[in-house]
Design a protein around this ligand. Sequence first.
Ligand SMILES: Nc1ncnc2c1ncn2[C@@H]1O[C@H](COP(=O)(O)OP(=O)(O)O)[C@@H](O)[C@H]1O
Ligand SMILES: [Mg+2]
Length: 391
Amino acid sequence: MQINPGGRLDTKDVVGRDNEINRYWRVLERQGLVISAERRIGKTHIVLKMRDECRSGYLPFYQDLEAVHSIPDLIRSIYHTVQQSLSASSSLKLKAHIARWSSLLPGKVSGIDLPSGDSTRQVLLSQAFDDLLGIADNEVILLLWDEFPLMLHNLQRRERPDSAIQLLDHLRALRLRHADRLRFLFTGSIGLHLVLRSLRAAGNTNDPVNDMLSLTVPPMAHQDTTDLAAALLEETRAARPHIPDLASRIASEVGGFPYYVHHVVDQLDQLQRPPLLEDVSAAVDKLVYDPHDPANFNYYVNRLSSYYAADEGALALVVLDTVAGLSSPVPIPELLNLCRHRDPSLQDEALREVLTVLAEDHYIEPRKSAAGTTYDFRWQLVKRWWKARRS
Ligand SMILES: Nc1ncnc2c1ncn2[C@@H]1O[C@H](COP(=O)(O)OP(=O)(O)O)[C@@H](O)[C@H]1O
Ligand SMILES: [Mg+2]
């Protein structure tokens, strides 16, 4: 298995995630699904594994929507994705569909380039879905839409809020009309709730995905994390008999975040000698302190300015800086006091709201304790970076 932090892995190299995948299939039997979690926790690889090891009865299409900035982009992406996945498929059953789809493609895709008003776009989008539903007779069309909230965010910025709202309404109507023929699985690194909140501020009041189930991708199970670390260590100069101990130490230091596991092993690989147990902590420290930030921790700071309103982002920084400085979490009233130490003008209610948003956004999580609810970073490794760099 290749050490490859951030790269696209072969499905056979995607370790674990079977519990999550089973759960997601169970949900898809009855309704659509929104899965969200921080960037690089492994959403894309989960979804690609679901596509590549798809359950019978479904025809899956995966689309990365990160670069989609307009409705015409989305329509083009649908036609291209279907074209590509059908032609890559060896299924005899699909051959007839491929021929039909290929004959549709040039006309449809060039039509989308015409300057078009809202109503024309809606018609083209409807046609794209009609064409899509026409592919399968018995299977459910499963659309795996990766980074869906980011597309909405881009639509809202590049086109208008209306454009994102109309799309959400359109998709909801499609889900209702074709409940037994069409399923959506959306993933998101920015919470859909953040985008919906700003759409609501722009005048949209309904709840356009409340027919879908929202789930957070959990950390990878400890055993799977250890197995991943062990498989990656095989690629290094690590002495075989030391691999189980090294792997278990990596899993304990990093937690179930596979991207960081790849990074830590990559650091150990760069030693050019067999790594020892104490090298693991040093490798983690290297990631945390390296000014070039190879593991991209800065992303957690930067995204606050991209997706939070300015005053809310500032408040979020105060809360996170405070929480990062605590060696053990404290109950909410004490946390609010500590935040006010940094800025006496802060209001309790605004702080409470930002705690909720940060928890929904996977920065921190609430925990039950004898003294009351406390909040701590969801990832101790991120906390370590935050403390080292900001507190
Ligand atoms: N199940 C897994 N097994 C092995 N490595 C993984 C797994 N999930 C994620 N990774 C590692 O983490 C990186 C980021 O995963 P990715 O699926 O792109 O995250 P996301 O889509 O949540 O941003 C991958 O490039 C890979 O290095
Ligand atoms: Mg992804």
